[in-house]
Design a protein around this ligand. Sequence first.
Ligand SMILES: Cc1ncc(COP(=O)(O)O)c(C=O)c1O
Length: 351
Amino acid sequence: MKTELNYLDRNEFNFEPSQEVKDAIKNFDLNKLCFYTRIYDQGKKSIFSVFLSEQYSIDEKQIVLGYGAEDLLKMAVHYFLTGSDGNKTMLIPKFSWWYYKSIADEVDGRTLQYPVYETEDSFAYDFDGLRRMIAEENPKILLVASPNNPTGNGLTPDELEQLVGMVPATTVVLVDEAYASYVTEDISYIRNLIAKYPNIIFCRTLSKFYGLPGLRLGFGFIGKGETMERFSRYANKYLGYDRLSEEIGIAALKSDAHYREIARVMDEARRMYTDEIGSLPGFKVYKSMANFILIKYPIELKAALQQEFAGQSYKVKFMDEPDINSHMRITLGRREQNRMVADIILKVAKR
Ligand SMILES: Cc1ncc(COP(=O)(O)O)c(C=O)c1O
């Protein structure tokens, strides 16, 4: 019998979609796929952006949509690093998603890493270091991820505001909030910050908290003013968005309770990993608000851990980057999967 692989390596969703999502697919009117949406005749992008506009109490004009947060991030980085001012510099966190640098490279951008330091149980952005780099490098984009992948640390709305206050008006603060719904249900700070600062962009997605990475639906919120209006026109899809995804996306956002329940299972798993694995000699479990957990292990166990995970058909992410190469990032999954992962680690650690 072929054993199913357990994918806990890319922060996907090992649970079921909500009933509302299943119903939206079952009841979808297929004739809609035979026509483009006509919502653009009303000056709107999509029924999805209209829904978001109501949910977040934000003007629809300040909402941008993309095929996943990946698409939004790429559009923003390409657009702002190829502007007429010739400024191609982007600052990204030292430990972060590999994709940021790769999309800047596509347009010959110059990516510099700003410091992220380790604390007793977490990681943190180094605000002083960042302030110095901003003054020295005058970046076009300051990219922050909150929570950050793979370190799991995030920023409070006050800290975000501090950061926007640090940069010149010509620098765009691009906030990747792919995992933010795990941290707080509060979304009002987005409205406040985009009302106050014309140079900020928030990117969110249906891929993580709402468990639909296969849907490829991302959304963003942009500051007011000429610069962001131009970016919004650049990012717009003039013939509309995927009409099935729009409806599924709305159904997902309407079924928060289902996803909050799953987030509680993840809370349990975080506690379990912290108690059981964090107490092993040479191991450290970092605090994470997202749907993954980062664990440091004694480097001499790397090969044995990799072998044991592969043997049990479990895929987790073994980090190989400098200064973070004795770490693994594990997606929080179903209870029995989390138990199995912990047992694999315990088995190897206690050999
Ligand atoms: C920090 C971060 N941002 C964005 C994404 C991509 O999200 P999407 O599926 O919406 O493109 C990921 C995917 O793992 C991620 O880790």
